[in-house]
Design a protein around this ligand. Structure first.
Ligand code: CO
Length: 146
């Protein structure tokens, strides 16, 4: 396991769309382990592969109830509610902004071994999962500010 460098704006990699994961191998597991170390050492609540320069559809969300959840190829299948809150990003240091996000988000994803699962994120974790999924499409929270 290792901490990787976090890519910061305006690096153009952050604007790229990540590709789906097809191999659930030791390289993927290493990436997920490294993302965990990198997120924790930066005291982040979420992180996406693109933030360490790896354009795969993977991200981590640190939830209040279930700890860190690894999401591979995540897709939002249901989103309800709307609430405005302050948001920041490890790739946009020193910047925060008020953004409206859903309050309850159900995601279908695969785990590190390729097994499909669904998880419902609420409140702060719902914001975080929306933010991380945006990263997979090359979108930063600052792009959503009015
Ligand atoms: Co971010």
């Amino acid at each position: 396991m290792a901490k990787r460098n976090i890519i910061k704006e305006p690096n153009e990699i952050l604007r790229k769309r990540s590709k789906g994961v097809t191999e659930f191998d030791t390289r993927l597991h290493q990436l997920l382990d490294d993302l965990r170390d990198t997120m924790q050492s930066a005291a982040g609540v979420g992180i996406a592969g693109v933030q360490v320069g790896i354009l795969y559809r993977v991200c981590l969300v640190n939830t209040e109830d279930k700890g860190i959840i690894e999401l591979v190829n995540p897709v939002i299948i249901k989103a309800t509610g709307k609430k405005s809150g302050e948001e920041g990003c490890l790739s946009v240091p020193g910047h925060h902004g008020m953004l409206a996000r859903p309050t309850k988000v159900t995601v279908r994803a695969q785990d590190r071994n390729g097994k499909f699962f669904e998880h419902t994120f609420v409140d702060r974790s719902a914001v975080c999962v929306c933010h991380e999924l945006d990263h997979l499409d090359g979108v930063l929270f600052v792009d959503r500010l009015g």
